[in-house]
Design a protein around this ligand. Structure first.
Ligand code: ISE
Length: 341
């Protein structure tokens, strides 16, 4: 984990045309498909979803074709976006790896750790990366500013992630870890350029449901990290602060109007996780399409997916055992050396 943090690449359109199939037309799939349609040099050739009404509607909007089963269109695509429910990720990603097709897979890479390992093994056997995982904080301007500042601040000693979610339907801790906190786990690894070697989980339950999940992590560079997650906060917010040998860096506040009224200053926090990152998803897509043209996968890798998931799994074990749990990872294969995280 030695490579410099990634620069946001703006305005580089993918050429020649990449024919992309998008699997899953829910919120993220539709967002990715519309972003692809807006980028010159790329086109959505297929959308796939068992929901015929939603699939057909998106296909009509984008002037493309819909199919219920994504497996039927893979061989007619140059690249795939996998944004269907998590339990189906691994089948599609393995099919893409098998064909050497570039694939952008939403996080989490898989639900089961063994499936993430199988993807890393398959990619390693091919000898080259084709998988990018949707850890999009790596393309978010506020996070990239932190990463860039860290290049001149020396070894990272402490990463503090704050993630305030606004979910009203209760979820088990494991689901919170695997589908939401996995972002922060990746942020810690990426910004510290270190692996998390052990994790201890503390959960606050209110009215019998998990409300706060706090992870204390040890890093293999000798540093530590804390991830503070609120499942039902009053507004959606994500932030990060890093203390390093030669200084400290805190993510900028999102741009929000300051409202002065009745003798007080306030600003509105939105309550959805999507709108704060609309630009970020566009930048992520642009960079992924450009990487296809360049012929080299370069964003968050299947290894990052496996590592983040291994931490989430250890954190879930710690929630049950009440102790710190070691994170076990195989040796990092050569194809993932020198990645961004
Ligand atoms: C979602 O996928 C995200 O990306 C958000 O950051 C997270 O807060 C939310 O819980 C996830 O479902």
């Amino acid at each position: 984990m030695t490579a410099a943090p990634q620069e946001i690449e703006r305005g580089s359109d993918a050429r020649p045309t990449s024919r992309v199939g998008v699997i899953g037309v829910g919120g993220m799939g539709a967002c990715h498909a519309r972003n692809i349609a807006d980028i010159a040099g790329a086109e959505v050739t297929w959308v796939a979803d068992p929901d015929a009404a939603a699939g057909q509607a998106l296909a009509n909007e984008l002037g493309t074709r819909w199919v219920a089963d994504g497996n039927e269109m893979i061989d007619d695509c140059d690249a795939l976006v996998v944004a269907c429910p998590e339990e189906y990720h691994s089948g599609y990603v393995l099919a893409a790896v098998d064909r050497g097709l570039p694939v952008l897979c939403e996080k989490p890479l898989t639900v089961e750790l063994a499936e993430a390992r199988a993807i890393v093994d398959a990619e390693t056997a091919r000898g080259a990366r084709v998988v990018q995982v949707g850890f999009m904080r790596q393309y978010d301007e506020r996070h990239v500013q932190v990463a860039n500042a860290l290049t001149s601040l020396g070894e990272v000693n402490h990463v503090r992630c704050i993630h305030r979610n606004t979910k009203s339907t209760p979820r088990p801790v494991l689901e919170i870890l695997v589908t939401s906190m996995v972002h922060d786990i990746h942020t810690v690894r990426w910004l510290s350029q270190s692996e998390i070697v052990s994790v201890s989980t503390s959960t606050v339950h209110r009215d019998g449901v998990p409300r706060m999940v706090v992870l204390s992590c040890r890093l293999d560079n000798g540093g530590v990290a804390s991830i503070e997650f609120d499942e039902a906060a009053t507004g959606y917010e994500v932030s990060v602060e890093v203390s390093a040998q030669d200084g400290n860096v805190l993510a900028a506040e999102p741009h929000r109007a300051l409202i002065r009224n009745r003798g007080a200053v306030s600003s509105k926090i939105g309550d959805d996780w999507f709108s704060p990152f609309l630009d970020t998803y566009r930048i992520e897509m642009r960079d992924w399409l450009a990487s296809i043209v360049a012929g080299e996968a370069r964003g968050p890798s299947a290894w990052d997916g496996l590592a983040a998931q291994s931490v989430a799994t250890a954190a879930a074990a710690s929630e049950i055992s009440g102790h710190s749990e070691a994170v076990t990872l195989p040796d990092r294969p050569a194809i993932y050396q020198g990645d961004h995280s």
